[in-house]
Design a protein around this ligand. Structure first.
Ligand code: CA
Length: 452
């Protein structure tokens, strides 16, 4: 009798162990990996899927083709660091004073001795780490270069890349690339190196859900490309555009290598992939002009016109988002964090104070309506608000190569009829101007003073 009971006990134990491993496998398979790919200073018109004709980008295009592309995708900042602060926190960066790039120039506010993403803010990496994910960043950080702001002190388990806002692509001698906190001498073209490191991250973490932030510095200046890629664009005769094309092509190759690795590791179906640019193409004087094109948008990086803040924006999650989805209502990079956390089954708490929302139910049609009735921008004296199809904006006059500096008068545009912001309707619709102005003022009253 005792033997029978013992053997039943053993069978139950084996059964429970089996059940446990099945459950944990199911649990694991339910929790998707997250890959956030950010391009730097990419023009609105330059990807194949955005209508570009002279630079093939089949791999980036495949993200849009296999998932959803967003025709009204925005970022909350018209240049690098503020956009990244918004992306990593899911909050308008002006709420915590991260309105401008933390460059070495310019005074900081009283009490601010080092510039970087304020330590009061929790990052997407912190949250995924708390949820049991392994977290990594490959590429450009640009959220503070002193030790307390280092990515590995902001929720990332692994870091390969550089801390500043721009970097040479041929790095043999300069050695400001870090692996973790150690200096690393990189022999490869930097975009190739970032692709290689992202592939390696996926390879090393196949068995555990991961969050990978792949932040290319391509196609930000300096304009540097390798001969093999330059040779692909013999048909482009203008030097700047040719080099830009080669740099973008290198980034597309790197994205292709990461996608291939996911496929080969049978992780593609269980990986939620985002692709955005951190701001529009720099085309006006005073910006890091790189040969990018923003048509049909008007404006440039560093402006609150559409050319500064409307960007290529695509999401792929096979089996969850139908291939070829086109989403036309406004979304913003602040949505990436809540979307990714929701996909991972993390409950979003009201005290996190996200400005972004989970996009998945909108993309799949579970929720009707629009993720954002209103979106807001401020960069110093420049500002903008989009409410429905209406936009009220004051932008940097440099964009018009005007001899006057400063910002424009308040202009009112109807974006669905006038994506190129060419027809100012402010005089015709004074009540609309008042309505949008009041909404923007109300948002502004919640903001902090810029920290630097
Ligand atoms: Ca940028």
């Amino acid at each position: 009798m005792e033997r029978i009971l013992k053997s039943i006990g053993r069978m139950i134990a084996v059964y429970l162990a089996l059940l446990g491993s099945i459950l944990s496998a199911a649990e694991t398979s339910r929790r998707p990996n997250i890959l956030v790919i950010v391009a730097d200073d990419l023009g609105y018109a330059d990807l194949g899927y955005q209508g570009g004709a002279d630079i093939p980008t089949p791999h980036i295009d495949s993200i849009a083709a296999c998932g959803a592309r967003f025709t009204n995708g925005y970022v909350s900042g018209p240049y690098c660091s503020p956009t990244r602060a918004g992306l990593l926190t899911g909050r308008y960066q002006q709420r915590f004073g991260h309105e401008f790039n933390p460059g070495p120039d310019g005074p900081a506010a009283v009490g601010v001795t080092e510039k970087g993403l304020p330590l009061s803010e929790t990052t997407i990496a912190n949250r995924f780490k708390d949820a049991g994910y392994v977290t990594g960043i490959v590429g450009k950080w640009h959220l503070g270069s002193s030790p307390k702001f280092h990515p590995q002190n902001r929720g990332f388990d692994e870091f390969f890349g550089f801390l500043g806002g721009a970097h040479t692509y041929f790095n043999k001698e300069t050695a400001t690339i870090l692996r973790g906190k150690e200096k690393h001498s990189e022999p490869s073209y930097l975009t190739d190196a970032f692709g290689r490191e992202a592939v390696s991250f996926v390879d090393r973490h196949q068995k555990q859900p991961f969050f990978l932030y792949l932040a290319f510095n391509a196609v930000h200046t300096p304009l540097e490309a390798d001969d093999e890629r330059l040779n692909r664009f013999a048909a482009i005769h203008e030097d700047q555009r040719k080099t830009y094309a080669a740099m973008l092509s290198a980034m597309d190759d790197a994205v292709g290598n990461v996608l291939k690795k996911l496929r080969e590791s049978q992780l593609e179906g269980n990986t939620l992939i985002f692709f955005i640019s951190d701001n529009g193409g720099p085309t006006m004087r005073g910006t890091t002009i790189n040969g990018s094109i923003n048509t049909p948008l008007r404006g440039s990086k560093r402006t609150t016109l559409e050319g500064g803040v409307r960007v290529p924006f695509a999401i792929q999650w096979k089996g969850h988002i139908a291939a070829g989805t086109v989403f036309n209502r406004p979304v913003i990079q602040l949505d990436i964090q809540p979307t990714a956390l929701a996909a991972a089954g993390v409950e979003i708490r009201p005290d996190w104070k996200f400005d972004g929302v989970n996009l998945l139910p909108f993309i799949t049609g579970l929720k009707t309506g629009t993720p954002h009735e209103t979106l807001y921008w401020r960069l110093g004296e420049q500002n903008a608000i989009r409410h429905g199809d209406w936009k009220l904006v004051q932008y940097d006059l440099n964009v018009e190569r005007s001899p006057t500096t400063g910002v424009s008068q308040k202009k009112l545009y109807h974006l669905s009829k006038d994506i190129g912001e060419s027809q100012d309707l402010a005089a015709e619709y004074p009540d609309k101007v008042k309505e949008l102005e009041a909404l923007w003022q109300s948002w502004k009253s919640e903001l902090a003073k810029p920290l630097w």
